[in-house]
Design a protein around this ligand. Structure first.
Ligand code: S3P
Length: 193
């Protein structure tokens, strides 16, 4: 088994085999809302990848996209994520585009639990609008059309996450509860909630 946690530190916590959790999913899927609550339940740290990128770049994500372009953003995103993924006892909320490279989720170490938070394009747009966080990729004349296109292209990547939870069927607290219950009861079995 490949492990970023050779001492098995995470394994001593609560009897599950994971040292970190990575939340993946489309914009507006609730990664940044679920993440801190899940981290609190686990007694772990929480890192929001977008915030860590902003800290590293010294500017907001919309400014980064505008001034240096998406490719520069993706390079910083990859570098910062690699750093976070070396940590133990951490929940990382990734950005919606981070898992969408051929081997990104597949290359995660075995002690990293990836969870896809599922959302429809309609709900994603509604939530993204309510949050007031600017998403450069949705800043177009037809955001719903764009979200549908992006999600269709990205779903195959999100599907390679180990666990899936539908965030439209459950409240934020229920999403967290599903994950915690499965970690306690049967962490090796794929969760499809
Ligand atoms: C992006 C999602 C955003 C942010 C950036 C690009 C994407 O994060 O990383 O605007 O490519 O889907 P959230 O998923 O947290 O909104």
């Amino acid at each position: 088994m490949r492990s970023a946690d050779p001492e098995g530190k995470g394994r001593q916590l609560g009897g599950h085999p994971f040292s970190r959790v990575v939340l993946v999913g489309f914009m507006g899927s609730g990664k940044s809302t679920v993440g801190p609550l899940l981290a609190r339940e686990l007694g772990w740290d929480f890192t929001d990848l977008d915030s860590a990128i902003e800290e590293e770049a010294g500017c907001s994500i919309p400014t980064l996209f505008r001034s240096r372009g998406e490719e520069a953003f993706r390079e910083i995103e990859d570098r910062v994520a690699q750093r976070v993924l070396l940590e133990c006892e951490v929940v990382m909320a990734s950005g919606g585009g981070w898992p969408c490279r051929p081997t990104r989720i597949k290359n995660l170490t075995d002690d990293t639990l990836s969870i896809w938070l599922r959302v429809s394009p309609e709900r994603a747009i509604e939530r993204a609008g309510r949050q007031g966080v600017q998403r450069p990729l949705l800043n177009v004349a037809d955001p719903l059309g764009r979200a549908k296109e992006l999600l269709a292209a990205r779903e195959p990547y999100y599907q390679s996450a180990r666990w899936w939870v539908d965030t439209e069927a459950y409240s934020v607290d229920e999403v967290v509860r599903h994950v915690i219950d499965r970690l306690r009861s049967d962490p090796e079995r794929p969760l499809r909630a």
